[in-house]
Design a protein around this ligand. Structure first.
Ligand code: DOR
Ligand code: ZN
Ligand code: ZN
Length: 430
């Protein structure tokens, strides 16, 4: 039997420190506990104990771009970031649009053994936006795909989106939309606004996101389907989500750490590390996204972890690929933007980083309360210690972090997956 005793932790940062006993993957006791023989002891010293984080939106690049990330390296980055489950986006090469690929991704994740890697299935064949992929076959495969998305691209055709939503209801899965009306973003390079105009970049207007979100909320409502909106980036989208939720539409939404913290002010450096899709917006958008997350209008945080090779980022702005790393910095950015500002307490962090994403992704064994009888998927967090971001030191193969050199608060000191310690003091433990 594997036994781990976490000594002196504060679940959800509340109350006096308690000991948490984990036996064979399950929390079996919480209180003042004598150390059993053979127990591996984690001295928590009053640190905050949270349910392991769940990332609904990760790009792991395998198969196809193993020069930038693999399922194993991305899993390591996730475990170090406090995650116990991630959803791997389908825009790989080949695309994860069939049972063979999704089952392959699922198995590779199990082999790596550091987090549960749930493959996202593509909505359309080859992400081409022309023909629906076999959602049912993927949902019933070994990987039991629970989330479908053409992320990277928008399912722009309203009829296809309608059909996808209708099928998703029958299958009990969720469609996650990358909301970007392609006709409004031809050649787009940056948020359409003062900064882009000054720098001479083609603009990516807020309306390209908002028009799709509004349309999809209506389509989802009529199909009685569940819609998930990826990486909400504008203030207007938050308003639409509020309106739709008040009407009873089954819509959920995520925001990325980078859209909570960074703005298009950064673009004046011309450094493509800041290029991302959807683009960094304005300060008032970021402020609105934070309050929408605090209020639950936006349900959760998802990283959109997007590793890219040096040659695809270290080039002129227009030819650089969009995307930034996120798994090993997400918690720190949430602490900086949401906890230090008083917008969320640790219960709130558990909600947006673990409980809601697990619910949205239909996971029953993650995002669970820290209670006796529950699976021991846990993250132990030292909330005060600051660290300096060094992309080269990340477990990811790529190093494209926009936070390079920044001092950030919050260190994940241990991650447990079903009672197994996967990361400890910044190192992978298997
Ligand atoms: O910035 C992004 N990068 N946005 C996306 O939608 C796709 C992603 C990627 O795959 O690199
Ligand atoms: Zn996207
Ligand atoms: Zn993405």
């Amino acid at each position: 039997m594997t036994i781990v005793l976490i000594k002196g932790a504060r679940p959800y940062g509340e109350g006096d420190p308690v000991d948490v006993l984990v036996e064979d993957g399950v929390i079996t006791d919480i209180g003042s506990i004598d150390t059993p023989d053979n127990a591996e002891v984690i001295e928590a010293g009053g640190q905050v104990l949270l349910p392991g984080f769940v990332d609904l939106h990760t790009h792991l690049r395998e198969p196809g771009r193993e020069d930038t990330e693999t399922i194993a390296t991305g899993s390591a980055a996730a475990a170090l970031g406090g995650y116990t489950a991630v959803f791997a986006m389908a825009n790989t090469d080949p695309v994860a649009d069939n049972a063979v690929i999704v089952d392959h991704v699922w198995r590779r994740g199990q082999e790596a053994g550091l987090v549960d890697v749930h493959p996202v299935g593509a909505v359309t064949v080859g992400l081409k936006g022309e023909k629906l992929a076999e959602l049912g076959t993927m949902a019933k495969s070994e990987a039991k795909v629970k989330v479908f998305s053409d992320d990277g691209l928008c399912v722009a055709d309203p009829l296809l989106m309608r059909r996808a939503l209708e099928y998703s209801t029958a299958l009990g899965v969720v469609i996650a939309q990358h909301a970007e009306e392609p006709r409004l973003t031809v050649g787009a390079q940056a948020h359409e606004g003062e900064q882009a105009a000054r720098l001479g970049y083609t603009g990516w207007p807020a309306s390209a996101e908002e028009s799709i979100v509004a349309r999809d909320c209506l389509l989802a409502e009529h199909a009685n389907a569940r819609l998930h909106v990826c990486h909400v980036s504008t203030s207007g989208t938050a308003d639409i989500l509020k309106w739709a939720k008040e009407r009873g539409t089954k819509v959920s939404a995520e925001v990325t750490p980078h859209h909570l913290l960074l703005t298009d002010e950064r673009l004046s450096t011309y450094d493509p590390v800041n290029k991302v899709n959807p683009p960094l917006r304005t300060e008032s958008d970021a402020v609105k996204l934070r309050s929408a997350l605090a209020e639950g209008v936006i349900d959760c945080v998802a990283t959109d972890h997007a590793p890219h090779a040096v040659q695809d980022k270290d080039c002129e702005w227009n030819s650089a690929r969009p995307g930034m790393l996120g798994l090993q910095t997400a918690l720190s950015i949430v602490i900086e933007t949401m906890v230090r500002t008083g917008l969320l307490d640790w219960r709130g962090v558990a909600r947006v980083m673990s409980e809601r994403p697990a619910e949205i992704g239909n996971l029953t064994d993650h995002g669970r309360p820290i209670e006796v009888g529950e699976p021991a998927n846990l993250a132990l967090v030292d909330p005060e210690t600051e660290w300096t971001v060094r992309g080269a030191e990340f477990a990811s193969i790529a190093a494209n972090t926009p936070y390079e050199g920044m001092r950030l608060p919050g260190v994940v000191t241990a991650t447990l997956l079903r009672g197994r310690i996967t990361a400890r003091e910044g190192k992978i433990t298997q």
